[in-house]
Design a protein around this ligand. Structure first.
Ligand SMILES: [Zn+2]
Length: 125
């Protein structure tokens, strides 16, 4: 593969320098110039070509968000089931279930909000 832009030589030189310094090449690429990112021994992630510092969302955090979503989905299912039960009770004339329905709806609303916040955070790539 031929590097077409004029900065190509400079780019590969800088990549080589980074490797020589013992920086670890990552599979992620620089959001500015598309060069593979490197992790310095200090833990800092940097683009060796344009010097952009990148904060990588660790896979740990992504995993945690995904797990949280799963838990939330489970809770939501339980709440919907509880809601169905309360609606049945209400039909049978149990007025107190109106109160419980309200509380369940509030909880559902909160869940939906948390869920969408998690979604917008993890889809930022
Ligand atoms: Zn860069």
């Amino acid at each position: 593969m031929r590097v077409s832009d004029t900065g190509g030589d400079e780019k590969s030189k800088k990549l080589a320098e980074a490797l020589l310094k013992g920086w670890k090449m990552l599979s992620e690429t620089c959001p500015v110039c598309g060069t593979p990112l490197f992790r310095k021994p200090s833990g800092e992630v940097i683009c060796p070509v344009c010097g952009t510092r990148v904060i990588l969302v660790s896979s740990d955090e992504e995993g945690r968000i995904e797990r949280t979503k799963l838990v939330l989905a489970g809770v939501m299912e339980d709440l919907v089931r509880a809601l169905e039960g309360e609606v049945m009770d209400l039909r049978e004339g149990e007025v107190e279930s109106l109160d419980r329905i309200n509380k369940i709806l509030e909880a559902l609303e909160r869940l939906v909000r948390i869920n969408s916040e998690l979604g917008s955070r993890s889809s930022q790539t």
